[in-house]
Write a protein that binds this ligand. Structure first.
Ligand code: GTP
Ligand code: IMP
Ligand code: MG
Length: 481
């Protein structure tokens, strides 16, 4: 009964306030109970509060730092248990690298579930779609004999990225000179700008009379703001040719996803980019142009916040950033270079070397505050194997004052004033790639994970121990492959 639910919740809350464990941990104990008629995915954990990701009807996997945390691998593993895999934000700026059966796939726009024959994949209304890129990725599936007939649904409300948006992206970056954002030049920012200007083109417009007129109005507008030559005829012809190819895939995904949820289907919403690149919460202006955090799942798919059961935060065991902008724990020394070399830290989308540094706890705490992770996946722990000493950026100080949990300066000046307080932990010197349980990890590695849990106040469910799908250690439950 409702009274019993309240009694249990208040007992948990008073237990939380009586113990030093953070409230977040107590809240993580509130488990999803499926309504009658919905499918319940069984993980094997019984009493642990750890969220494996297997037992939600609607789950989101979100990047907790500046991107490239390795979300693709967790989504790929969890996708096995879900009916639908959905993208809700960003565009071809993201880059998920999946290694399946020794074969490498780099997806920029396609959801990770495309590789499974029985999964439906959604490109939600919050995504911006460059159709040539989409078709190129579909071609890579054709080349690998992956059948995707009927398995990809593209929102008719998603905005189209024109080549013109990509030209403008490049021009804006050039004009910024040394102050450039370091965008992926995929036209992401200019497309979201058109969306907000209300003269953008949506995928559904392609199928309506008057498309050409809207197209011309948009290109006129872009050319009036940015002086560039453009072959409209060629692009229009291409767009009409693409239209035939994607005709069957374009639907009202908002209605489709919601009616699927109503009928008991499960949805895995995969985040692109990451918390500190969020247009509102990130290190503005060095951010991407879409919401990358929990709220974006609702606006980018049309799933109400109260229907989202859990979020898993994906956090790399150290920190990387590609592109310009603040990075308080950055290492510009041999250790940073070692992380780059061992972790292959070069952008999937642009090939640029990623900036590397120690794990930044205030960043992870801030991401948790905004996203409310039920658990975390710490990825690429293996990259730190072999270091004598591992540092954790534990807190930020400004003018000698420690910033409270979850506080992140909102301005570049504020971020520049941050001094990071570090603590040092012992490294480990063995191969961890065969560890499939948390308990198998060397003691020093366990201690590192436990310290992260303590500082963030969220339990770690998955630990990445290598690039392969099976190279994951779990805590408190068994993985299902
Ligand atoms: P974005 O959407 O761009 O943030 O993508 P992402 O978070 O999916 O990360 P991306 O695929 O760009 O980078 C992750 C890379 O790390 C891939 O090449 C993965 O194969 C690899 N990787 C993932 N997990 C691990 C791990 O635990 N250890 C090691 N060594 N590599 C990993
Ligand atoms: P844009 O998204 O191309 O406009 O780029 C804006 C900033 O976000 C740049 O610093 C990019 O490097 C960064 N960025 C965008 N998407 C990703 C991603 O998926 N991983 C890492 N960095 C990203
Ligand atoms: Mg990436």
């Amino acid at each position: 009964s409702l009274a019993a639910v309240f009694a249990r919740a208040s007992a948990r809350l008073s237990a939380a306030s009586a113990s030093p464990a953070p409230l977040a941990r107590a809240l993580a104990n509130v488990r999803y109970t499926p309504a009658a008629g919905t499918s319940f995915l069984g993980g094997t954990r019984a009493f642990s509060s750890i969220c494996s990701g297997y037992d939600s009807q609607v789950l989101t996997v979100l990047g907790g730092q500046w991107g490239d945390e390795g979300k693709g691998k967790l989504v790929d593993i969890l996708a096995l248990k879900y009916d639908m895999i959905a993208r809700f934000n960003g565009g071809a700026n993201a880059g998920h690298t999946l290694v399946v059966d020794g074969k490498k796939f780099a997806f920029h726009l396609l959801p990770c579930g495309m590789l499974y024959q029985d999964k439906t994949n959604i490109i939600g209304n919050g995504v911006v779609v460059h159709i040539p890129t989409l078709l190129k990725e579909l071609q890579s599936l054709d080349d690998a004999d992956v059948d995707y007939d009927g398995r990809l649904k593209i929102s008719d409300r998603a905005h189209l990225v024109l080549d013109a948006h990509q030209v403008v992206d490049g021009m804006r970056e050039t004009a910024l000179g040394s102050g450039a954002i370091g965008t992926t030049k995929k036209g992401i920012g200019p497309t979201y700008a058109s969306k907000c200007n209300r003269n953008g083109l949506r995928v559904g417009d392609l199928f309506e009379d008057g498309f050409e007129q809207k197209y011309n109005a948009l290109v006129d507008n872009l050319q009036s703001m940015y002086d560039f030559e453009y072959d409209r005829k060629e692009e229009l012809e291409r767009l009409y040719a693409y239209k035939e190819k994607i005709d069957d895939m374009v639907i009202d995904t908002v209605h489709y996803v919601n009616s699927s949820i109503r009928s008991g289907k499960t949805v895995l919403a995969e985040g692109a980019n990451a918390a500190l690149l969020d247009i509102d919460f990130g290190t503005y202006p060095y951010v991407t142009s879409s919401p990358t955090t929990a709220g974006g799942v609702s606006t980018g798919l049309g799933i109400a916040p109260t229907k989202i059961d859990a979020s898993i935060g994906v956090v790399k065991a150290y920190t990387t950033r590609v592109g310009a902008g603040p990075f308080p724990t950055e290492l510009e020394d041999d250790v940073g270079q070692e992380m780059r070399d061992v972790g292959h830290e070069y952008g999937t989308t642009t090939g640029r070397p990623r900036r590397c540094g120690w794990l930044d706890i205030p960043v992870v705490q801030y991401g948790h505050m905004v996203n409310n992770y039920q658990s975390m996946n710490i990825t690429k722990l293996d990259v730190l194997s072999g270091l004598d000493e591992i540092k954790i950026g534990k807190e930020y100080k400004i003018d000698g004052e420690v910033l409270p949990y979850g506080m992140m300066p909102s301005t570049l000046d504020g971020l520049a004033k941050v001094e990071v307080e570090y603590e040092s932990m012992e490294g480990w010197k063995c191969d961890i790639s065969k560890c499939t349980k948390f308990e198998d990890l060397p003691h020093a590695a366990q201690a590192y994970i436990k310290r992260i849990e303590e500082l963030v106040g969220v339990e770690v469910s998955w630990v990445g121990t290598g690039p392969g799908r099976l190279e994951m250690a779990t805590q408190g439950f068994e993985a299902v492959y």
